[in-house]
Each structure stands twice: as C-alpha cells, then as structure tokens.
Write a protein that binds this ligand. Structure first.
Ligand SMILES: NC(=O)c1ccc[n+]([C@@H]2O[C@H](COP(=O)([O-])OP(=O)(O)OC[C@H]3O[C@@H](n4cnc5c(N)ncnc54)[C@H](O)[C@@H]3O)[C@@H](O)[C@H]2O)c1
Length: 445
C-alpha cells in the first residue's frame, strides 16, 4: 500500500493507530498526518500557494528557471529540486501536487499526476482544448472517490456564489431561461514575438516550450510580467493559452457555471473580430445551448469578451460598470452579479416577487472557507473527497468554452455530441478540438 493510501485508510478506519498518530490524538501538525506535496511552477502564481502548503511536507519543487526557484528553495529547504516536471512526478513519496505552470502544460501535468494517483490542485484553466479537457476528466472519473482535485478558481469561495445559486433555485427570477457572462480585459497583440536575445543561462527554454509543436523563438517579452501576472505575457497566443476564456473567463464563467447546473452543451456558435492565426480574439461572443434538467427547462448561455456585452437589463442599470460579471434572466426577473455582490430586477408592471420562495437562514448553502485548504482537507479526508471546483465540474466548463473558440474559428453553428466529444455537422471543427504536440511529449503519460 502506498503511503498516501495508508494515511487515508488509517484516518478513515482508525486502523494502525499505534503506528500512525490520528489527527485527534496528535493534532493537525503531527508529521505523519501531513501530505507530501510537490509544487510545480514555483514563482508567479506559485508564490501564492506557499502559505497554504507550508503546514504540509513540501517534498519536491520544480521550475524551468533557477531564478524562479530561489524563493521556494529558501522557504522549503528540504524539498528535492527539479527542472522537468516529468522527472519530478517520478519521485515516489509524493501524495499531492500543486501545478502553477503555463496553461499549455496544465492538462499534461494533471494527467501524469492523476495517473500516478496523486491529489491535484491545478491552476486555471484546466485545459486549452476540448480534447485536453476530456482526457483529464476521463482520468479523474475512475479516481474521483479517492483523489481530491481542485482547479484554481478561488473566487468560488466568495459567499456571493452561493447566494446567486440559491436565488435562482428558489425562484427569484421565476422560470430560468438564459444566462450571460462577460469580461472586459483586452490585451491585443499582432502575432508571436520575433527572436530576440538568448534565454538566460539559468533558464531551460526548451522545457518551457515543452509540448508546443512549433519552435517559437525566445523573446524576453514573454517573461517581462510581474509575479502572478506574467501569464498575461503569453496566454493570448494560440500555442500558449486559450486567451480570455482561460484567463479571467475561467473565474467569471465559474460564477455563471455554479448557478446553472450544466454539463456539456448541445450546440455552440460564436462571432468576433477577424481570425488571427497567432493570437486568440480580443473581442468575441459565444453562445451555447443546454438541455433541460430536473429543476429547469432548456437554457442558453452566452459569453462575451473584450468589449462585447449583453443587452443591459434596464435603461438605468449600466452593466458596463461591471468589468467581470454575470446576468441571469428568467420569466419574472433578472439577476445581475459580480464576484461579491448581486442586484435583483423584477420584471413587469408589479414585480410582486410572490413567485420567490427564499430559503431560511438555516438552509443557506455552507461557505467554502479557505479555497486551497478545502483541497488539502479533502485530500486528507479519505474516501469521496469533496471540493468546489473538482475536475468534473471544471472540465465540463472549460470544454464548453474551448468548443466556443472552435465555433469562432469555423464561423458556423456547431452541433455537439458531448457523450462522444464530436461535432456532428462540421468536419473542420472536429479537427480543431485537439492540437498536435512536439514529439516526445505525451498528454496522457
Ligand atoms: N487563480 C488565479 O487567480 C491566477 C492568477 C494568476 C495566474 N494564474 C495561473 O497560474 C499559472 C501561472 O501564471 P503566472 O502568471 O504565474 O505565469 P509565469 O509565466 O510567471 O509562470 C509561473 C512559474 O512557472 C514556471 N514554469 C513555466 N513553465 C514551466 C514548466 N513547464 N515546468 C515548471 N515550471 C514552469 C515559470 O518559470 C514560473 O516560475 C497560469 O496558468 C495562470 O493562468 C492563476
């Protein structure tokens, strides 16, 4: 039995108490109650995870750039250090991994970690193509009762997510019809950067490019952003990211996705600025249709980015003042929300709200609490670990959005068979559900 399974089974069954101290007897910080964690991508967003993993055993650190390893090595001096995440994941005592690398490596590292039975915290977005999202979900499904997973959409811990969900479920807008989310971030770029200078001596640029098929030349501009925002230097290029849907789109769609209770869409259509083969669109709009479920009829969801916006709910409500927001329309009213606040606009002449049956205080959904700790606690909980943004919830969400980008590229309405991951009315679109990788890099290794 691997150390991790032993730790879980002892915690859940009470077995082995004499050799393995229980949480109750020795407290959270007893060494054997700790997870052995690997942090992959140690600077930038990686820095934001130091405090939440510091109470565990950080046993491995990995980054392609020595400069970016320095702070982590200082904070976690006992950890082994790697430059290639594939080698890092071969370390035998790792229980759990926190992945803060580039978006184009996320599905790779997540798959490799799941296939080695590790708990995974993966920074958003979960994937940048439909195929990547589907492979991650397929690897997670058979392990979902033993491995804790979480995608880094930490705004989900705002109580407003619960309040929006409750209002829709309790009938604040009547019969739920459609939902809209938008983000106003705009980072226009003409194309991939030209060759400039050489990579720093302590950086492995070949490992940074990793699975990317095209040998894009080094340019320091890709690495010129501040810690935690350097992703804005590369995530809009097709080979390196999914543009706005992977960036703020992941957070803002989460606000919508949490309330709509959807899985995969039956159709996708999109429009936007002219296609650029190097760079994802700044301005675009994507619409998806979803079937009915047990508590609502069929609905449509629309995503707007880079200046595209839905019609305002009323002439005196200026939704342009909300940079990243969501709106839910029903037969009786409209709910507008950002990450932390919400406004209800009853429709019609009286707007009586008589159709709204708000739940009692006792029935409110429980707070998520600390988002990263939610994952750590779930990993230690034994069977059926519960997290807010597990790989089922998050893979469905990003699969839909990546499909939206494909619809944008082909410019026509796509019919989608979510069970088989196939577009049924457009062969060209089917080819765009996946991408090719550099020889030697395996998505599902
Ligand atoms: N949840 C959030 O709010 C939030 C905020 C910022 C960034 N992010 C996400 O975090 C990730 C990192 O963003 P960032 O701005 O820190 O980017 P970054 O370019 O600064 O990269 C982070 C670190 O990963 C390292 N790295 C890159 N490729 C690697 C590889 N293949 N193997 C090992 N290390 C590698 C870099 O050297 C750097 O130290 C992105 O996916 C981004 O979308 C999430």
């Amino acid at each position: 039995m691997k150390r991790r399974q032993f730790l879980q089974s002892a915690l859940t069954t009470g077995a082995g108490v004499s050799i393995l101290p229980s949480l109750k007897v020795f407290g959270q910080s007893a060494p054997s109650n700790k997870l052995n964690i690997a942090l992959i991508g140690t600077w930038g967003r990686g820095l934001a995870h130091f405090d939440s993993i510091a109470d565990e055993n950080v046993v491995a650190l990995c980054d392609v750039w020595d400069r970016n390893l320095k702070d982590a090595v200082k904070r976690f001096p006992k950890a082994k250090v790697y430059h290639d995440w594939r080698k890092c994941l071969e370390q035998k005592d790792i229980d759990a991994v926190v992945i803060c690398t580039t978006d184009f490596t996320h599905a790779f590292v997540a798959n490799w970690a799941l296939n080695r039975d590790m708990h995974v915290y993966l920074e958003k977005p979960l994937a940048i193509t439909v195929e990547e999202a589907r492979v991650v979900r397929a690897n997670w499904l058979p392990r979902k009762n033993k491995l804790a997973t979480q995608v880094g959409m930490q705004r989900h811990a705002h109580d407003n997510f619960n309040r929006v969900e409750e209002m829709i479920r309790d009938g604040a807008i009547g019969e739920f019809k459609s939902a809209y989310a938008w983000g106003n971030r705009q980072i226009p770029k003409p194309g991939y950067l030209p060759a400039a200078g050489s990579p720093p001596a302590d950086m492995r640029y070949d490992l940074w490019l990793g699975p990317v098929k095209t040998d894009h030349p080094y340019n320091p501009e890709y690495f010129s952003g501040r810690a935690g925002a350097n992703c804005l230097q590369w995530n809009m290029y097709w080979d390196f990211g999914a543009g706005q849907i992977g960036d703020m789109g992941s957070h803002t769609m989460d606000l919508l996705w949490n309330a709509v209770d959807c899985h995969l869409p039956t159709s996708a259509q999109a429009k936007g600025e002219p296609f650029n083969p190097d760079v994802t669109p700044v301005k675009a709009e994507m619409r998806f249709e979803h079937p009915a479920n047990s508590w609502r009829g069929p609905i449509s969801l629309t995503w707007y980015q880079g200046g595209a916006m839905p019609k305002p709910p009323s002439k005196y409500v200026d939704i342009n003042k909300i940079g990243h927001g969501a709106m839910f329309k029903g037969s009786e009213g409209i709910l507008v929300a950002d990450f932390t606040t919400r406004v209800l606009i009853p429709l019609g002449k009286d707007g009586s709200l008589s159709y709204y049956n708000p739940r009692s205080k006792e029935e409110l959904l429980p707070s998520v609490g600390h988002f990263q700790k939610e994952w750590i606690n779930a990993a230690k909980s034994g069977s059926t670990p519960k997290t807010s943004c597990d790989f089922g919830y998050s893979a469905d969400m990003i699969e839909q959005m990546c499909l939206g980008l494909v619809a944008y590229r082909v410019g026509s309405k796509l019919k989608y068979d979510g069970k088989n991951g196939q577009v049924t009315n457009n062969a060209e679109a089917n080819e765009l559900l996946k991408r090719e990788y550099r020889t030697g890099w395996t998505l599902n290794g």
